[in-house]
Design a protein around this ligand. Sequence first.
Ligand SMILES: Cc1cc2nc3c(=O)[nH]c(=O)nc-3n(C[C@H](O)[C@H](O)[C@H](O)COP(=O)(O)OP(=O)(O)OC[C@H]3O[C@@H](n4cnc5c(N)ncnc54)[C@H](O)[C@@H]3O)c2cc1C
Length: 495
Amino acid sequence: MADKNKTAVVIGSGVAGMAAAIRLACMHYDVQVFEKNEYPGGKLSFFEQDGYKFDAGPSLFTQPDLVEELFTLAGKNIADYFSYLRSTETCRYFFANGKRLTANEQPEAFAQDAQTILGEPAENITNYLGRAKDLYQHTGEMFLNNSLHKASTYLGRPLLKALRGARPAYLLQSLDQYNGHAFETTEIRQLFNRYATYNGSNPYAAPGMLSVIPHLEMNEGTYYPMGGMISITNALYKLATDLGVQFHFKSAVQKITVEKGKAIGITVNDTAIPADLVVSNSDVYYVQRNLLGDEQAAAKIIKQERSSSAFIFYWGISKSFPALGLHNIFFTADYQREFENIFRHKTLSDDPTVYINITAKLEEGMAPEGCENWFVMINVPAHTGQDWQADTAVLKQRVVTKLSKVLGEDIGALIQTEAVLDPSLIEARTASYTGSLYGTSSNSRMAAFLRHPNFSSTISNLYFTGGSVHPGGGIPLCLRSAKIVADLVAKQNAI
Ligand SMILES: Cc1cc2nc3c(=O)[nH]c(=O)nc-3n(C[C@H](O)[C@H](O)[C@H](O)COP(=O)(O)OP(=O)(O)OC[C@H]3O[C@@H](n4cnc5c(N)ncnc54)[C@H](O)[C@@H]3O)c2cc1C
């Protein structure tokens, strides 16, 4: 265990930065978090407009045990900070051919419904989810909970376990090919292809390995944090401050100070802050380029393809739609073309797949009486200089037309209030290079190994956490990256 008076600075208060701060505080570090925004949470933030409440970023909550673990570690009762419930359905799917399927949270019931409504043999789904569970249990421990860049990870049982779980198809086939072999109907193939978007990837390029993702949603379940996703940020922020972590907002870190190959602190607001340990939660590309001045390391990072970004319309809708649930997907007819547009042509699709999240479905007070708070998201390319302002009207027209047709109402006429978030705003607000949601994509077999490590190989006492480094983006993986950092620090201290 570290000495009580060791100091750590954390750059950024995203979910991973806060989780790392909590873990380091539990290891008796004096921790200070420096955040450029005036609020904590990074992408996991919130706003209210005209009586409608909106989670600004993430909307899907899985693996709550990873949040619980932080409270257990700190010896606190999570109920004093945070509560959540398990959803009874995972998502409502609207296919382009008019078919609809509400995915029951029980895998067997979901498989039965898919057989009855879509004609997909139920056993295809139960077998698939069985393999996904197996894959997760065999490979999860090694790939998600450990640094992939330390020899110790590959020694002993975890590697043997991971190899036992490996099937050639997981690496040799794309997710779409893998799903094509597994399923008979185009609808279920499309539904399972969609999981590639959970880390901003392309199912026609990413490996079959990503078939592990539905295990987390369908076997382990989806959850709803009471108060919305912002409750995760609020709970972690409160836990961190209760543990003595000090937060400094409106404090953009300008530089990581390195002396004799060792990180010795940071510069913020032109003031040097010394520290025994520096943990960066900022996008690792910007850290290498701007905070460390290492152009070569930065150039290496951008050789990896970025994940997709998103365009979001936050709409206050003056009506309630019984056909909709908490999570809803309106699929495009040509999914492959949509991903070609996102990753190859870097342009908008004529008929994009649309996701709508409505927390007013589960909780009162999220929208005025009889109204709904729609978070309407479309996957779009990462920001490479597109004119998003000009695209806004085009995209809105396409989305409104699509939804109006499926729901049989003029959606445009029901929008009482509107806000938008585009990839350039995501980049500006959270310093995420190109506004990509999940750092680098998983569009290649080697992606997991090419993602930046959780430590610096050239500078000691410098660690990295968050969506741009191993094991990747999304709240659960960000929380795991914070744990990997804490484990690396503990090992370093034990030497
Ligand atoms: C629209 C959208 C939808 C998403 N949907 C989901 C979902 O449903 N489920 C899910 O699990 N994930 C989802 N994600 C992804 C998820 O939000 C991210 O992977 C996760 O929140 C990233 O957390 P992070 O810790 O990496 O940091 P970030 O949230 O990226 O925060 C980094 C923080 O560092 C700060 N910072 C950066 N540079 C500096 C500096 N120099 N000095 C000081 N501070 C700095 C930034 O201001 C920011 O607050 C979504 C993301 C978006 C944007």
